[in-house]
Ligand binder design. Structure first.
Ligand SMILES: Nc1ncnc2c1ncn2[C@@H]1O[C@H](COP(=O)(O)OP(=O)(O)OP(=O)(O)O)[C@@H](O)[C@H]1O
Ligand SMILES: [Mg+2]
Length: 325
């Protein structure tokens, strides 16, 4: 059976205007997300992951950020074309975002119960007060928090519990798409595993699609169906989770990421961080953006931008794999 496509991003390009120049944060990114699946956006700090997530929700800072090219097709409609007021309805009802720091989404002066109720009310204005309360209690239970704690304030919860509350708020509107931006990075490892497991259960139960933004391949292995590896605002490798973890062919950057991760490599003495830094988005190099750090770099890499090479849907943007090397 053909899988149903929920979201298609085509050639998305985003720039930030700064006092020092134009930062090319997202460069011609394209991907598709199927209904009920999770796509991982993986890459180092500054790769453009959050910018991509914010673009989908049209939450980029209006004065400094500009989407200069591309389409974001959600259920057949280009989100970049629809009026602002319709976008805020989509944001509430169909797409929601979970941020890295739970306090971005929680207000310290209101009880967690009232905050969940508020997000339910905003999205279902016909519900009565008792119905809203009931649904809020249901959401708390769903994320493993006893409803008796509804009248507590955020500071009375641990970091992991706060993030569960945020997840409850994000799911309260039964969204079709959740964009989770490093949802467990601030949590310690055991709590991280619990929260990820819970998100996975919820996803299965409701058939929610998800974009999981992370720099952690461990999180990718646990949660994702497909993976896009992002470097300097480009997707340099894309494939199923099997392609990424089991195939021998990889972009040299992906290989470098694997070697630099302690949890992917038993022998920690042989950890090899990738040398150098990601290029400044205000001064991106010509050719392949990874050539300045690539151990396999040859002349062509310095001048010619590589195309995607397609191995049955596993895409690698690297001259090593092109036939006319
Ligand atoms: N508001 C802004 N103004 C100017 N530049 C920005 C702004 N937000 C992000 N950038 C730049 O855009 C690039 C991409 O940033 P982004 O936050 O999308 O990266 P990221 O992959 O989410 O990184 P991290 O893993 O650190 O969260 C970076 O070089 C960043 O400095
Ligand atoms: Mg980010």
């Amino acid at each position: 059976m053909e899988k149903e496509i929920l979201l298609t991003i085509k050639n998305l390009t985003v720039k930030y205007k700064t006092d020092d120049g134009i930062a090319e944060a997202v460069n011609n990114i394209s991907f598709q997300l199927h209904k009920g699946e999770t796509l991982g956006l993986v890459g180092e700090t500054g790769a453009g992951k959050t910018t991509t997530g914010l673009s989908i929700l049209r939450l980029l800072p209006e004065r400094t950020a500009e989407i200069t090219e591309g389409e974001i097709i959600f259920k057949g409609e280009n989100l970049l074309d629809i009026p602002k007021n319709e976008m805020s309805v989509i944001r509430g009802k169909q797409i929601s975002m979970i941020f890295q720091d739970p306090m971005t989404s929680l207000n310290p002066v209101y009880t967690v119960g009232s905050q969940i109720e508020e997000s339910i009310f905003l999205h279902n204005r016909d519900l009565t007060n008792p119905q809203i309360k009931e649904k809020a209690d249901e959401m708390l239970e769903l994320v493993g928090i006893t409803p008796e704690r509804r009248d507590d304030y955020p500071h009375q919860f641990s970091g992991g519990m706060k993030q569960r509350v945020v997840i409850a708020m994000a799911l309260a509107c039964d969204p079709e798409l959740v964009i989770a931006d490093e949802p467990t990075t601030a949590l310690d490892v055991t709590i991280q595993a619990q929260v990820l497991r819970m998100m996975d259960e919820l996803k299965r139960k409701y058939g929610t699609s998800m974009i999981m933004i992370t720099h952690d391949f461990g999180v990718v292995a646990k949660t994702c169906d497909t993976v896009a590896v992002v470097y300097a605002g480009e997707i340099i490798e894309y494939g199923t989770v099997q392609d990424i973890f089991e195939d021998d062919k990889h972009h040299p950057y992906t290989t470098g990421l694997f070697h630099s991760l302690p949890n992917m490599n038993q022998d920690t003495e042989r950890l090899q961080p990738i040398e150098g830094l990601m290029p400044d988005p205000m001064a991106l190099p010509a050719g392949c953006k990874f050539h300045t750090r690539c151990p396999h770099c040859f002349d062509k890499c310095k001048t010619v931008l590589p195309q995607d090479i397609d191995f049955n849907g596993h895409m690698i943007k690297c001259h090593l794999y092109s036939k006319e090397v």
